[in-house]
Design a protein around this ligand. Sequence first.
Ligand code: ADQ
Length: 470
Amino acid sequence: MGRLIVVSNRVATPTETKGSAGGLAVGVFGALKDAGGVWFGWSGDVVSETVANAGPMLEQDGAVTFATVGLTRKDYDQYYRGFSNATLWPVFHYRNDLARYEREEYAGYRRVNAWLAHKLVKLLQPDDIIWIHDYHLIPFAEALRSEGVTNRIGFFLHIPFPAPQILLNIPPHEELVKSLSCYDLLGFQTATDQQAFHDYVTRHARGTVSADGSVEAFGRKLRTGVYRIGVFPDEIAEQAKRYESRQHVLELKQSLEGRKLIMSVDRLDYSKGLVERFRAFELLLERSPEWRGNVTLVQIAPPTRSDVATYQKIRQDLEYEAGRINGRYSGLDYTPIRYLNQQYDRWKLMSLFRESQIGFVTPLHDGMNLVAKEYVAAQNPDDPGVLVLSIFAGAAAELSGAVLVNPHDAIGMCEALQRALQMPLDARQRRHEINMAALRENDLGVWRDSFLRDLRSVPVRRAGEGGGHQ
Ligand code: ADQ
């Protein structure tokens, strides 16, 4: 079996993969340890041109090499802050209204992909398989192919793939899909995302799609598949239980004075539906006076991408809403919304989830949403909380034990909260069992192993072949 090469925009450090990192980093690292290989990507640092060109920096941990490069200010601005996060991210989350398109940024995006690919080529061996992650790196395989790389290359998109009519808003949409067709295997979070890609291929690229998910487009053949990313539910359950009597949990319990707790945890991002969520909670207090003073919403949302203008705006909006709602319903000893702009250790989050009666997860669009899955896994099976989940999270297709809501329907969300707050124990347990069974059936290991199995089964290309296998 050849080595595994993982490429992602950011690389978790060896320490992160063992400590507080999210499940994804741990899952990918697990596969790397098994096969041996390289994890390659941006270090997260903005550096001078000399330092950037001197990379990659190599760090060895057993059979795994962590290879990272710094980005210059210009590359960071055009590739990361620009085209990735001010064009692709909003459009792929159906927010054309927040997207901008600058030709120079797109050129920078392609330039950085080509530069990164060139750096990686020197580390490759002939029988390596290469797994590229996410929207920052769409042109990566095309760049590798143009350097003569014939290894199997797969791509997994962590975020939604938009319907063609939405994708057309990005002027170089055809080039992007052409770049995607240079992969041997494309993985999507849900059947809806895969279908959207197929729709583009058949309607806008004069391509064909077979029943088994194989695609012909732009003179290339590739495969597509649905690989729903998961968590390791039993590890989370064990962690949540182990830390349930730690100081931070006891302090929270004491401060709640018997009030019910609704928990929400997200990166501070406009795709997560935070403002809509706060308004639904406000409606609960407005329409059901009996809950005033008796239920608290804890929203944990550390800022991300804070140098992108739309992220500054969502932060302001949310601070305003939290202040307004708290001004309206607080008492001397009661604050309805506790809004915390902080990163928390994973084990702390899981034990806080376990203490809460509701996990309120209401993105406007989300590839999967691992918080929803972590919330379920962290519950006490003897007295589980209820997951109230947006129909627009990829996780909604799997977690049929959740109370599903449309995040644009404030009254609907408010009614769902009322229902969840009053749900009897046997109904909560039934829903929890259904959700846990789904998490166990399709855990993070299944996601990773099925993607890699399918990638390994793609026919090897011959030297000199262009993009896509024949
Ligand atoms: P994200 O948009 O980051 O991921 P999500 O899937 O919820 O969204 O993952 C967030 C991770 O970060 C979770 O493991 C969560 O516990 C952790 N996290 C969030 N807030 C935190 C905080 N305050 N402190 C500590 N940890 C925190 C993208 C896509 C998703 C897709 C994932 C994985 O947008 O749709 O599910 O990738 O494919």
